[in-house]
Ligand binder design. Structure first.
Ligand SMILES: NC(=O)c1ccc[n+]([C@@H]2O[C@H](COP(=O)([O-])OP(=O)(O)OC[C@H]3O[C@@H](n4cnc5c(N)ncnc54)[C@H](O)[C@@H]3O)[C@@H](O)[C@H]2O)c1
Ligand SMILES: O=P(O)(O)OC[C@H](O)CO
Length: 310
């Protein structure tokens, strides 16, 4: 098949390499290359979008006149700040694609997939999620190999939401590690982070099981445990006392959790819900708390019942 990969960053180039290993024809497009976007997609059977969240709306608007059988595969992990209004939930990247191309099959690729490890040839698994199961299976056949295992899943929105939300928790867990608070604290934060993710998921009416799959718990574990994760790196450096400005100056690549935190804080405000971890991450990023105080605040919250929705 002919696959046009939009975005030649860490993830786009890694996925392009996986598909090329399976003998698919690849066109890699980046805004830095100067090739017209419409020319790059003219032969595509599949358009794989692996750019940062901030560019998805703009790029999807630039693509017009696609044949309705072209599959759009979204690999971005974020939430759209512009669509978080009082009446609507913020849109996920695949929903922006669906709005631009209502007749095309849309698939989301998400899972515990640190690009650096995959570039090193290490094994990994992921999820291709779509309400169009045939399209999800096509993605399985394009990307699956002895070192990359692709599971199909019908819960596109749930899989995609997990990929966005875990980045916020990874910033918190990175901060905890940067402060050297130990394994017990880290485990507590990951587990309560998963609870915060499922609480948010109920707003989208997401299947509980999705949170316990590769795109949920799997990706949460990977992102919260690896120094390769940019979101974890941001948190770790905050915990070590750096400012967000210093961190962003040195960061290689995109840490989507920063933007996603801003979206969640807006959502928490609109829906009048408490998101204890995201709220502390937001304050850290806005310089209105310190790493020590943020962790202390989480520890000193009123104790409650473990599986209560609040
Ligand atoms: N790196 C990973 O391990 C990994 C794994 C899974 C998912 N992701 C997700 O994939 C997305 C990209 O991550 P990455 O690691 O490749 O980031 P990156 O910073 O390495 O690359 C981002 C790419 O997006 C492009 N881009 C940004 N804004 C754009 C715009 N307005 N128009 C056109 N192109 C634009 C940049 O030019 C660059 O090619 C993120 O949402 C990330 O969460 C990353
Ligand atoms: O480097 P991060 O923090 O964007 O994480 C990369 C992937 O999302 C891990 O699955």
């Amino acid at each position: 098949m002919h696959i046009t990969v939009i975005g030649a960053g860490a993830w786009g180039s890694t996925l392009a390499a996986l598909a090329a290993e399976n003998d698919h024809q690849i066109t890699l497009w980046s805004r830095r290359l100067g090739t017209p976007l419409l020319e790059a997609v003219s032969q595509a059977d599949v358009i794989l979008c692996a750019i940062s969240m901030q560019g998805v709306r703009e790029i999807s608007a630039q693509l017009a006149g696609l044949a309705s059988d072209v599959i759009i595969l979204s690999a971005t992990k974020g939430l759209d700040l512009a669509t978080a209004t009082v009446d609507t939930l913020p849109l996920l990247p695949s929903q922006l694609w669906q709005a631009a191309f209502p007749d095309n099959p849309i698939v989301v690729l998400s899972g515990p997939n640190l690009a650096t490890e995959i570039q090193q040839g290490l094994p990994a698994a992921t999820v291709a999620a779509s309400d169009n199961l045939a399209a999800a299976k096509t993605m399985q056949s394009i990307f699956s190999s002895h070192r990359f295992r692709v599971y199909a899943n019908p819960d596109r929105i749930g899989v995609e939401l997990c990929g966005a939300l875990k980045n916020v928790i990874a910033i918190a867990v990175g901060t905890c590690d940067g402060l050297n608070l130990g394994t017990n604290a880290k485990s507590a934060l990951i587990t309560r982070g998963l609870a915060e993710m499922t609480k948010l998921g109920s707003l989208w009416q997401i299947e509980f099981s999705t949170f316990y799959g590769l795109a949920g718990l799997g990706d949460l574990m990977a992102t919260c445990s690896s120094a390769f994760s940019r979101n974890y790196q941001v948190g770790y450096a905050l915990g070590q006392g750096q400012t967000i400005e210093q961190i962003l100056h040195n960061l290689q690549g995109t840490a989507e959790g920063i933007n996603t935190t801003a979206v969640l804080l807006q959502l928490a405000n609109q829906q009048q819900i408490e998101l204890p971890i995201a709220q502390q991450v937001g304050q850290l990023l806005n310089h209105t708390t310190t790493p020590q105080l943020a962790m202390q605040t989480l520890m000193e919250r009123q104790v409650g019942i473990e599986h209560s929705p609040d």
